[in-house]
Design a protein around this ligand. Structure first.
Ligand code: MN
Length: 136
């Protein structure tokens, strides 16, 4: 139901693996407008030009890794407030604490086998509720 409430929120996905981009898009595009980037530099330019409501950031990216992308976002006062969720295949004990201590707002392990984990993490950071509106 598209109501007269809030506009549909925008989520930027920074991920170099096309299959993972497709999966995230399939899971989230029902609820949000998704903008995809495959590298950090293009993403930073896009985010600065038009700040989204949330960023999903693959930690393992070629050239500029996700930790550096996060650092640059946090150093820019125009975008430092945007929630950033780490997407990473490094699902080992202690990683959650490590990524949160790096400054990520949350952490979702790949492969994403339960889409509710991703949907809930995004919804919690955006508004503390489950997504209600359809973006399509
Ligand atoms: Mn990657």
């Amino acid at each position: 139901m598209l109501g007269d409430e809030e506009p549909v929120k925008r989520v930027v996905v920074i991920e170099d693996n096309p299959d993972n981009r497709l999966l995230v898009d399939a899971i989230l595009s029902e609820h949000y407008v998704i903008e995809e980037y495959e590298n950090g530099l293009d993403a930073l330019a896009g985010i600065e030009a038009s700040p989204p409501d949330l960023v999903l950031l693959d930690v393992s990216l070629p050239e500029m890794d996700g930790i550096e992308v996060l650092r640059r976002l946090r150093d820019d006062e125009r975008v430092c407030h945007i929630p950033v969720v780490a997407l990473t295949a490094h699902a080992m004990r202690g990683d959650r604490e490590r990524f949160l201590s790096e400054g990520f707002d949350d952490y979702v392990a790949k492969p994403i086998v339960d889409e509710d984990v991703l949907v809930s993490a995004v919804a919690r950071l955006l508004d503390g509720r489950q997504p209600a509106a359809s973006a399509r």
